[in-house]
Design a protein around this ligand. Structure first.
Ligand code: AHM
Ligand code: MG
Length: 343
């Protein structure tokens, strides 16, 4: 007998705890797991194939898309389409929502928001990248599902998670009852439960922020960074600075070791860079379920109103005590957080 549990077995076991569950969410999670394996295979052999480099197209944010982004997007959409449980996909790589007509006629009730390949600028230098996903129930009762079904608050998510394609590949997800992590065993092609009941340390010694943008940061963030760098034995400062440039990888490390990740607003980008629907909300759900916190510097991410598909938000996410400390600096800096003063 094997003493490990595969993702498929785990999902079925969890479903059995909800006697009225029809298995639709379980099948949806299974579909995401299948697409993740296909993307993982391609990410791993990216250096061997003529798949790197620009695909020559640009996404709605005006960012350069790379071939693997496009590939990952296609794989996840194809898996969700053939699975039949998802009626709309909202993707970072698509300007508009993607309606899955066959699933609509079959009364599919789930909506998936996805960043198919986060950190894609790191692909061609062998640095970890990730996939982020968020799952909602559609709100409208009949007719084709629509954009308003997608624009739901983070608190409405029924499941969310990420896949990290790193030194090993992991799928980490929550359905609102804690967080579980599965490591891909390439020898059997299965995600196996390796990190049950993941808990984020209340505090840590790692801060993750692109300090190259320091000059543009709000005053509160500048002051918090200085706080991280001051010597203080009681709080184990100075902290360690770690920034990979793939949010999934930075958060995954901080989830395990304890730490804070900040991508703030700046004068030039008043809403920050990262997207609410398919980056910040799903990761906030996971981190909160692991005991951490996620805010925009003042307000809980999961409570933010979602008005646009590709809406951005500043994000302060990680160990609960560290996020609270950073928030104090933001509050103390007052309303005019865009003050361009240099400390
Ligand atoms: P992407 O989805 O286009 O890859 O952008 C998101 C990424 C995050 O993974 C990462 O934390 C951030 O952008 C890095 O941005 P920057 O280079 O400005 O620090
Ligand atoms: Mg992204």
């Amino acid at each position: 007998m094997n003493n490990f549990m595969t993702l498929g077995q785990f999902i079925i076991e969890k479903q059995a705890e909800f006697p009225y569950a029809k298995g639709e969410l379980s099948r949806l999670l299974r579909d995401i797991g299948i697409a993740a394996k296909i993307v993982n295979r391609e990410v791993n052999k990216a250096g061997l194939m003529d798949i790197l480099g620009s695909s020559g197209t640009t996404n709605i944010q005006g960012e350069h898309q790379q071939k693997l982004d496009v590939y990952a997007n296609e794989q996840f959409i194809a898996a969700l389409r053939s699975g039949g449980e998802c009626c709309i996909v909202a993707s970072e790589e698509n300007d508009e929502i993607i309606r899955i007509e066959s699933a609509v006629s079959g009364n599919a009730k789930y909506i998936v928001a996805i960043d198919p390949l986060d950190g894609s600028s790191n692909i061609d230098v062998n640095v970890p990248v990730g996939t982020i996903f968020s799952i909602f129930r559609r709100k409208s009762a009949e007719g084709p599902a629509r954009l308003s079904d997608v624009l739901q608050r983070g608190t409405d998510q029924v499941a969310a998670g990420y896949i990290i394609y790193g030194s090993s590949t992991m799928l980490v997800y929550t359905t609102g009852c804690g967080v579980n992590g599965f490591t891909l065993d390439p020898s059997i092609g299965e995600f196996c439960l390796s990190h049950p009941g993941m808990k984020m340390p209340e505090s840590g010694v790692i801060y993750s922020i692109n300090e190259g943008n320091y000059i543009h940061f709000p005053l509160g963030v500048k002051q918090y960074i200085k706080y991280c760098q001051v010597e203080d034995a009681a709080t184990k400062r100075p902290y360690t600075s770690r920034y990979i440039g793939s949010m999934v990888a930075d958060l995954h490390r901080n989830l395990i070791k304890g730490g804070i990740f900040i991508y703030p607003n700046t004068a030039a980008a008043p809403n920050g860079k990262l997207r609410l629907l398919y980056e910040c909300n799903p990761l906030a759900f996971v981190i909160e379920q692991a005991g951490g916190r996620a805010t925009d510097g003042a307000n809980r991410i999961l409570d933010l109103e979602v008005n646009e598909l590709h809406q951005r938000t500043p994000v302060f996410i990680g160990s609960a005590l560290m996020v609270s400390e950073a928030e104090k600096f933001m509050a103390a800096a007052g309303e005019n957080v865009f003050a361009q003063s240099v400390i």
